[in-house]
Design a protein. Structure first.
Length: 211
């Protein structure tokens, strides 16, 4: 790979994941993040399907789910217990507030969040980013760190430290899981579990764009 190609790739990465996302954050485009996220995820999927060097099985790879599931569930259960206890101690009035007070909205989140938010995010920040920019960042921990950093950067949209910090940790977890399992299904299931838990236990206000 030539130095010129590396510069072009680096420029493309900066434009897509820093400049464009940053402009969206600053301009406050109406309509919420879901429509542009779905469009961007669709474009990423099309680009990957046209890339002869990308293994299309990674876009789903259901065979990887069963062996990965015990580890995914064990970590998720432990984190959920700690997070629920934290909300119960720090803000007991928030605990389970969405399922109790906004049941219809909570059900919509449970049903639609994995499809309209989780999978497009994983297409962009795991499948596309980790494949397209592997010549720049490699295929190991460095690439996972970059994925986590720009994933967290996008969550500045919600305007609070918790969302940014949680998605930095989550972005690292999901990137490493994708690298190990080569399955977008596995990381989407894991991402959805944490997301639904957040909305269920009373932290949804930190991750919800009212539009």
């Amino acid at each position: 790979m030539t130095q010129a190609y590396r510069w072009r790739l680096a420029t493309e990465f900066g434009l897509l994941f820093v400049v464009v996302v940053g402009a969206y954050l600053v301009l406050g485009v109406p309509g919420g993040p879901i429509p542009p996220l779905v469009v961007a995820g669709t474009l990423a999927a099309l680009a990957l399907r046209r890339d002869a060097g990308f293994d299309r099985r990674r876009l789903w790879n259901a065979a990887a789910l069963r062996p990965a599931l015990p580890g995914v569930l064990l970590l998720w259960a432990a984190v959920s217990v700690v997070a629920t206890a934290g909300v119960a101690l720090a803000a007991p009035d928030r605990l389970f507030d969405m399922p109790r007070r906004e049941t219809a909205l909570w059900l919509a989140v449970v049903l639609l969040y994995p499809l309209l938010s989780v999978y497009p995010q994983e297409l962009l920040y795991r499948a596309y980013l980790l494949h397209r920019y592997a010549p720049l960042f490699g295929t190991g921990r460095g690439a996972a760190a970059v994925s986590a950093a720009v994933f967290s950067f996008a969550h500045l949209l919600f305007g609070n430290v918790l969302a940014v910090a949680a998605t930095l940790v989550g972005g690292w977890l999901f990137a490493r899981r994708y690298q190990r399992t080569r399955s977008l299904l596995v990381v989407s299931v894991e991402h959805a579990l944490y997301g639904v838990t957040i909305f269920t236990i009373g932290l949804g206000g930190y991750f919800y764009h009212g539009a």
